[in-house]
Design a protein around this ligand. Structure first.
Ligand SMILES: NC(=O)c1ccc[n+]([C@@H]2O[C@H](COP(=O)([O-])OP(=O)(O)OC[C@H]3O[C@@H](n4cnc5c(N)ncnc54)[C@H](OP(=O)(O)O)[C@@H]3O)[C@@H](O)[C@H]2O)c1
Length: 212
C-alpha cells in the first residue's frame, strides 16, 4: 500500500511509519518542515505539507491508496486546530480518488459505561479537557464524511513509548481497560493496531478504542 501519513514526524506518527515500512508499505510522510527526524528508510519519502491547507492536502494525497493521520496540535496552536485539520483533510482528500482515511483520535470521547464518556468522569484531568473535546469535535467532522471509508482509531487513556508486543484489544466506541481498570497501550502497539485497521478495513465508519 502507498500511504500518505500526516503527523509522520510526531511521536505516534514515527511509530506508525516504522510499522508500515516493516510490513513493506510505502510511506509519504508529511511534516510542516518536510523533515522526519529518526526515520531513514528508502520506503519513506519525507515531504512538506500543511494540514490546514486543503490544496496542499489534495496535491499530496493524489495517487495514494490511503491517507492516514497522527496529527496533533502544534505547540503554538490552539487545540481547535485539530477539528479544523480533520475538516481540511476531508475536503482535500475529497478532491482526489482516495477514499480511505484512518485517523488517530483521543481517548476522551470513548465510553466508559452506559452514556458516560471518559472526558465526563471525575478522574479525567481538567487540563486535558480542551484537547479531549477537540478530539471529539474532530470525530464529529469525520463522522459527517459519508463518502470516505474512515476509521477513527483512539488510544487507551495512557499511551507512552514502550515495547512492540503485537498484542492489543479493541472495542467499538469503548475505552479498553484491563480488569484492574488500567487503560494503557504502548505507542508501538497502538501503531500495530492502527496499521492492522488500515490493512483490514474491519472498522470502517467506526470509533475504535485500542488498549491492553
Ligand atoms: N490518550 C489519548 O487520547 C492520547 C494520548 C497521546 C496522544 N494522543 C493524540 O494522538 C495524536 C498524536 O500524538 P503525538 O504525541 O504523536 O503528537 P506530536 O508528537 O505532537 O505530533 C503531532 C504531529 O502533527 C504534525 N502537525 C501539527 N500541525 C500540523 C500542520 N498544520 N500540518 C502538518 N502537520 C502538522 C506535527 O508535524 P510538525 O513536524 O510539522 O510539527 C507532528 O508530526 C494527537 O492528536 C494527540 O492528541 C491521544
Amino acid at each position: 500500500m502507498n500511504v500518505l501519513l500526516f503527523g509522520a514526524s510526531g511521536r505516534i506518527g514515527r511509530r506508525i511509519t516504522d510499522e508500515l515500512t516493516e510490513r513493506g508499505h510505502e510511506v509519504t510522510g508529511v511534516s510542516r518542515s518536510g523533515e522526519i527526524e529518526g526515520v531513514d528508510d528508502p520506503n519513506v519519502e519525507a515531504v512538506a505539507g500543511d494540514a490546514t491547507d486543503a490544496d496542499d492536502v489534495a496535491d499530496l494525497a493524489a495517487g495514494h491508496d490511503a491517507v492516514a493521520s497522527a496529527l496533533g496540535p502544534a505547540k503554538n496552536e490552539e487545540v481547535d486546530i485539530l477539528p479544523q485539520m480533520a475538516d481540511t483533510l476531508i475536503t482535500g482528500v475529497g478532491r482526489t480518488d482516495v477514499d480511505r482515511l484512518v485517523w488517530t483520535g483521543g481517548a476522551g470521547g470513548l465510553s466508559v459505561g452506559l452514556d458516560t464518556k471518559l472526558i465526563e468522569t471525575d478522574e479525567f484531568p481538567d487540563d486535558l479537557v480542551p484537547l479531549a473535546q477537540a478530539h471529539i469535535d474532530a470525530l464529529e467532522e469525520i463522522r459527517d464524511a459519508d463518502d470516505l471509508e474512515w476509521s477513527y482509531v483512539a488510544p487507551a487513556a495512557r499511551i507512552e513509548p514502550g515495547e512492540r508486543t503485537g498484542e492489543y484489544r479493541t472495542a467499538e466506541g469503548q475505552l479498553v481497560a484491563t480488569d484492574d481498570g488500567e487503560s494503557h497501550i504502548s505507542m508501538e502497539d497502538f501503531a500495530v493496531a492502527f496499521v492492522d485497521e488500515l490493512e483490514s478495513g474491519d472498522a470502517i465508519h467506526t470509533q475504535l478504542g485500542v488498549g491492553y
